[in-house]
Design a protein. Sequence first.
Length: 489
Amino acid sequence: MESARASRWDRLPALLAAAGLYLLAQLLVRSTAPGAVELDEAEQLLLGQWLQGGYSPQPPLYTWLQMAVFEVLGPSVLALGVLRSLLLFATFALTYLIARNELSDERLAALAALSLLFVSQISWELQRENTHSLLVLTIAAGQFLSLQTLLRRPTAAGYLVAGVLAGLGLLAKYNYAVFLLAACLALLTTAQGRALLLNRRLALAALAAVLVLTPHLLWLQENVAAVSGSVTGKLDARSDSGPLLAVGRLAITIFSYLSPLWLVYLVLFPSAYGRLLAARPVVRTAFPLATYFAIVLALLLLVVTVLDADRFRERWMHPLLFLFPVWFLAHAEPTPRRRRIFRVAAASVAGLALTAMVFRTWVAPATGRFFRLNVPFDRVAAEIRSTGLPVSTLVAGHYHLAGTLRLHFPEGRIHAFREDLVIPAPEGREALLVWDATRSPEMPAALTDYVVRHAPTDAAAREDRVRYVETPYAGVTGGVYRIGLAQLR
């Protein structure tokens, strides 16, 4: 006979304790990397030197938060990991609370939170590299929880919180607008939702959102061309791709994002799929989730047909599909045995992710395999310092190198060139030009152009004055990482 009583592992304290220990282990492993970072992390190290209303085609909130953590912990791998871990922790907690409110069952709420581990974009990519995508997921979860609260008790304070979260979500990632629009349209299909959105206190929420967005909107006025061009480029809008191909790729993206979660559900809760297709939920949710997902799909199809978008990235689905476990589990009646199997499977996925991080950080170099984290940049930085060249202003040939340099030269001002970055140019003429010369010793075109613009007659940056520093990769015979240096003065 099925037990109706939740076990301790279904309750929020136990779930948060387990999530906290797991994320702490991930943080400890990540912090032992030899002074190198992933691409998105390097971008934050670079951009975090300046407080601006915007920096790139991505909104600035993640950079602002990362700067705050840098103020406490310094520009370090630890500071990068702490912010990531806090956001992941909050996401799991918020998902649990959302599911408990909708499903009125701690057992199902625990399954909904653990379901996030079966979304590879969350269990791996968000722990490995992605930044803005993680933040928009966390804020979307907070926003939905605020809507649940308003549906139960519409207060002025609740509207204010919802408005602030709406502004923060748009400051996290622009695709948050799709989530917000879909949620509001879904609310309009119910009497309670219409009363919520037609309440005059909604103006308070709108005002709060605008105030939160104001610094970025002012920046956006002067940089809208760069942002819009990059967003269109990411969608890869092409008139010759055809709508059918675009729709097919969108379907693949959605299917891939929910993998392998859909398969785990199919194995453990197969009857729920039948109820889902027949629209016969076991639990009636307060929020019209089925309508919400129909609207999300319609909005995405609208983007596909209007822009003829040829490419969608899985990480763009975070704020749109994270509620799928709540919707699905409203149609499930899991037995105690299947719940236990689900928990064991989720713990195994977490263990595999931690093992993969250990492999990338500690084991891979010993086997001759390398990732960005394995670049021996601590030793490279020591070699650069040993040259005696000034490091007060460093100009890198790539933004990943620039961000990594900041880890090791926090006293310097680091610059890099990327078409879609809006950041201050180096002050004055004196600078140390730095580039990755491992594959080719030639100075990158971006640095060559910089020399031509700032010091066309300066011989210090010419070929006869270029220096190289290098250090071997551990565990590989003949494997060497090389950096090119040229002083500009």
